[in-house]
Design a protein around this ligand. Structure first.
Ligand SMILES: CC(C)(COP(=O)(O)OP(=O)(O)OC[C@H]1O[C@@H](n2cnc3c(N)ncnc32)[C@H](O)[C@@H]1OP(=O)(O)O)[C@@H](O)C(=O)NCCC(=O)NCCS
Length: 178
């Protein structure tokens, strides 16, 4: 709960840190829960959920702002995640920013608070453009995305569904490809 993890970033209410093995059970539960996975293609069975957790761990080993647990400092509970994963879109590989909180911790500004803190790390460690993919009807997510500084790029089909795409340049402008 304290900032003893050197890779953790802290805010007034939250700690955002890379996943550790002790988080596995919590995330397997999250990925299998319909409320947690709202606006996702579906819930994951236990084995797939475990693989998704392994993937989070692997991404965080190479990307300091990979999808990682958001811990509520007052309770010590993992209340969701934020950060990036790799995604293919229109023939390019992107870093896609995402966030997801347990229902009872939504509407408190946590996604914005955690996102700003982890984005500061992205600005320090990476140069390039981040992508966000949001269902047009997901107002809360779009509000968070705007508050994090993303700007609307376009609407486009993603896996067959129309999505709003947003981008955010981070780090030093290099002019290099995404
Ligand atoms: C999206 C999500 C992470 C937002 O987290 P959060 O901590 O509740 O977000 P914040 O409190 O920082 O901000 C949410 C903003 O959206 C607004 N909002 C919340 N629910 C809303 C709704 N149903 N319709 C419109 N606006 C809504 C809030 O008022 C707030 O705006 P404000 O700062 O202008 O008041 C959270 O709702 C969640 O986990 N949703 C389910 C998973 C999900 O949709 N993830 C994103 C997939 S692209």
């Amino acid at each position: 709960m304290t900032g003893s993890d050197p890779d953790a970033v802290t805010t007034a209410r939250l700690l955002v840190r890379p996943p550790r093995e002790a988080d596995r059970g919590r995330f397997v539960e999250f990925f299998g829960n319909e409320d947690f996975m709202v606006f996702a293609p579906g819930v994951l069975a236990e084995e797939e959920a475990g693989e998704r957790f392994d993937h989070m761990v692997a991404v965080c080993q190479t990307v300091p702002f990979g999808k990682q647990p958001v811990v509520e400092r007052s309770s010590g509970l993992v209340v969701g995640y934020t950060g990036v994963d790799h995604i293919e879109l229109e023939g390019e590989t992107w870093l896609e920013w995402g966030y997801r909180l347990v229902p009872e911790r939504r509407g408190l500004g946590y996604a914005t608070e955690a996102g700003r803190a982890l984005l500061a790390k992205a600005h320090r460690t990476y140069s390039g453009e981040l992508l966000a993919i949001i269902a047009p009807e997901n107002r809360a997510s779009q509000n968070v995305c705007h508050k994090l500084g993303f700007t609307f790029w376009k609407q486009a089909p993603v896996d067959g569904d129309l999505r709003n795409l947003y981008t955010l340049p981070v780090g030093e402008p290099t002019g290099s490809p995404r």
